[in-house]
Design a protein around this ligand. Structure first.
Ligand code: IPM
Ligand code: MG
Length: 369
């Protein structure tokens, strides 16, 4: 009997609609092979939702996401909606809202090198050889979700009477939030090389000192087989490009994880290749690690591979379809080895007839499947 899954599609903005179409193409091809129907339905998020409904995350979208078996998101944001007005809606609020609304506290961002693309990195080949790391970013707490405010300080309190605007953001964690993200990191490490690097700023921040204590307690009592390394976030930024192959699982606070995952992505030289999974207790969400690339939106030239590799993660984490996921990874590896490239991946040695557009890349993945 055919298995049926409901997928909530969130194309969002910029190149979003173009790349998600290729993700769906690949999903359907895999479904046909493994006797599985993926029933896809689109909802609005981000700037597209602001334009159509006046808000970045309409209730109908959150409801559809909750009801689905998995969510596939493309990208949100663009210059059209950029503003520093604290009262204007922003596309990113849609993304943050759906992460919070679905309780997606774990964000997995794997960073692997495809050998065929090793030359794309700005780092030396011997530095990036063997890089295979996973950033486990806490996604629903910390600096992103703490109390914040901007106001006009009538008294100029604490500044010798200098009146003016004031603003603050708060970094706050509760014990259970750190316990559960630590467990996710240790579980991931158990399936990998059994090492967790816990990143904090314990020499300055109280949240970090608590973070460090809790990560050690969980690790030492529940995962004695996994090695724990503590690293300050500034030092991590350095070590990630100094000795990237030494890292296995990196677990960290929301904001630190946001910054470090962009840096880690650049180790591979191709942000267009990196997928991510956001997991919680209910429906999971899968999205590329890159943004909406408004500069090339609508031209049909975007690289859909990060979106397609997000489909790979969906098959693995939401549906336990590991063979199908392996098929996608193999197809992408093989077509890259055969020299196929999208515009962002090509270099001086790429023959013109090996450069394909967005839809062309989706077709190639299906063909190699
Ligand atoms: C990411 C993005 C988002 C984040 C933005 C778009 C809100 O940078 O997924 O890394 O900061 O989490
Ligand atoms: Mg980011």
């Amino acid at each position: 009997m055919t298995t049926k899954y409901n997928i909530c599609l969130l194309p969002g903005d910029g190149i979003g609609p173009e790349i998600i179409a290729e993700g769906v193409k690949v999903l359907n091809a895999v479904g046909a092979k493994y006797d599985t129907e993926f029933a896809c339905e689109e909802s609005l998020i981000g700037g597209a939702a602001i334009d159509a409904a006046g808000e970045p995350l309409p209730q109908a979208t959150l409801d559809a996401a909750k009801a689905a078996d998995a969510v596939l998101l493309a990208a949100v944001g663009g210059p059209k909606w950029d503003t520093t007005d604290p009262n204007a809606p922003r596309p990113e609020q849609g993304l943050l809202g759906i992460r919070k609304g679905l309780g997606l506290y774990t964000n997995l961002r794997p960073v692997q090198i495809f050998d065929a693309l090793a030359g794309a990195s700005t780092l030396k080949p011997e530095v990036i050889a063997g890089v295979d790391l996973m950033i486990v970013r806490e996604l629903t707490g910390g600096l992103y979700f703490g109390k914040r405010e901007r106001f006009y300080d009538e008294e100029g309190a604490g500044t010798n009477g200098a009146k003016g605007q004031r603003a603050y953001d708060t970094l706050e964690y509760r014990e259970y939030e750190i316990e559960r993200i630590a467990r996710q990191a240790f579980e991931a490490a158990r399936k990998r090389r059994k090492k967790v690097t816990s990143v904090d700023k314990a020499n300055v921040l109280e949240t970090s000192r608590m973070w460090r204590e809790i990560v050690h307690r969980i690790g030492e009592t529940e995962y004695p087989d996994v090695e724990i390394e503590d690293l300050l976030v500034d030092n991590t930024a350095m070590q990630l490009i100094n000795r990237p192959a030494d890292f296995d699982v990196v677990v960290t606070e929301n904001m630190f994880g946001d910054i470090l995952s962009d840096e880690a992505a650049q180790i591979t030289g191709s942000l267009g290749m990196l997928a991510s999974a956001s997991l919680g207790d209910g429906t999971a969400l899968y999205e590329p690690s890159h943004g909406s690339a408004p500069d090339i939106a609508g031209k049909g030239i975007a690289n859909p591979l990060a979106q397609i590799l997000s489909v790979e993660m969906m098959l693995r984490y939401s549906f336990d379809m590991n063979d199908a996921a392996d098929d996608i990874r193999r197809a992408v590896t093989n077509l890259l080895n055969d020299g196929w490239r999208t515009g962002d991946l090509k270099d001086a040695t790429t023959p013109a007839d090996k450069v394909v557009n967005c839809a062309g890349m989706g077709d190639l993945v299906v063909k190699y499947l």
